[in-house]
Design a protein around this ligand. Structure first.
Ligand SMILES: [Zn+2]
Ligand SMILES: [Zn+2]
Length: 260
């Protein structure tokens, strides 16, 4: 049994991550977020060695444009079930998914092929945002992007994950010095916005005694962060060399990474 994942793109230009579970000849592909145009998504799936019809299910974390992108088009074209919260569907304007919508909420356990997915709620300025952990029965992977702060609930959900795809959105100094308008700076840096590098590092540090072994930096702001700053923060928390921290970027995401 193997569990691995690949970001196809990460950040405000568009988020999409493929999670693959392989159990003998049975392979399950879950696409977490779909924040790219359909042609670009097809291209990036191709680079990952996949065809669109190999996606077994789509999980949408929340309604922000960098996460929903072409979800409806892809789902309807390939007849792929789409999992999201009631609030996310409402905030999207209740689009018709032609029977493919599966409403999920915090605390549910969802079986998708060889994967067991657990959505959980996070503090972020969307209607009903969910992040998730998933497991193939052996390894457990956590996905945590788009949150302003780690609540006790978030930390409890992530305990036991050996691998974490973790938002490192900004460096507070770069954000402060950026050309963003003040209200946007306040939104991003606030408790319902996005995680700063050090906040992400604190999460990683707190999860290490609970089994965390590997962290991948994601959802970096192009203006308000740099890969070396995110790497340094997470490497400090994990007590490893910064070169050992993969960073998922906007154009290419990252390579396939085995969840442990
Ligand atoms: Zn986002
Ligand atoms: Zn968001």
């Amino acid at each position: 049994m193997t569990l691995r994942f690949k970001s196809l793109g990460s950040g405000s230009s568009g988020n999409a991550t493929v999670i693959q579970a392989r159990e003998g000849t049975r392979v399950t592909h879950l696409l977490v977020d779909c924040g790219l145009g359909i042609r670009e998504l097809h291209k990036r799936l191709g680079r990952a060695g996949m065809l669109p019809d190999q996606v077994d299910a789509i999980f949408i974390t929340h309604e922000h444009a960098d996460h929903i992108g072409c979800v409806r088009q892809l789902a309807l074209r390939e007849r792929i079930p789409v999992y999201m919260s009631h609030g996310t569907h409402a905030a999207m304007g209740q689009p018709d998914f032609d029977g493919l919508l599966r409403v999920v909420c915090d605390g549910m356990v969802v079986e998708i092929g060889a994967l067991q997915v657990r959505p959980f709620t996070v503090p972020h300025d969307a209607r009903e945002p969910l992040q998730m952990t998933c497991s193939d029965g052996a390894a457990r992977l956590g996905v945590l992007t788009d949150l302003g702060r780690p609540s006790d609930h978030v930390m409890e959900q992530l305990a036991g994950c050996a691998t974490l795809l973790l938002e490192c959105n900004h460096d507070p100094q770069l954000l402060e010095a950026s050309t963003y308008p003040w209200f946007l700076k306040r939104r991003i840096g606030g408790g319902w916005g996005h995680l700063a590098n050090e906040a992400a590092a604190a999460i990683a540090r707190a999860l290490r005694p609970h089994g965390l072994k590997q962290v991948v930096a994601a959802h970096l702001s192009e203006q308000n962060n740099r890969p070396d700053l995110a790497r340094a923060a997470l490497a400090g928390a994990m007590e490893i060399d910064p070169a050992g921290i993969p960073v998922a970027d906007g154009a290419n995401g990252c390579g396939w990474i085995d969840a442990q």
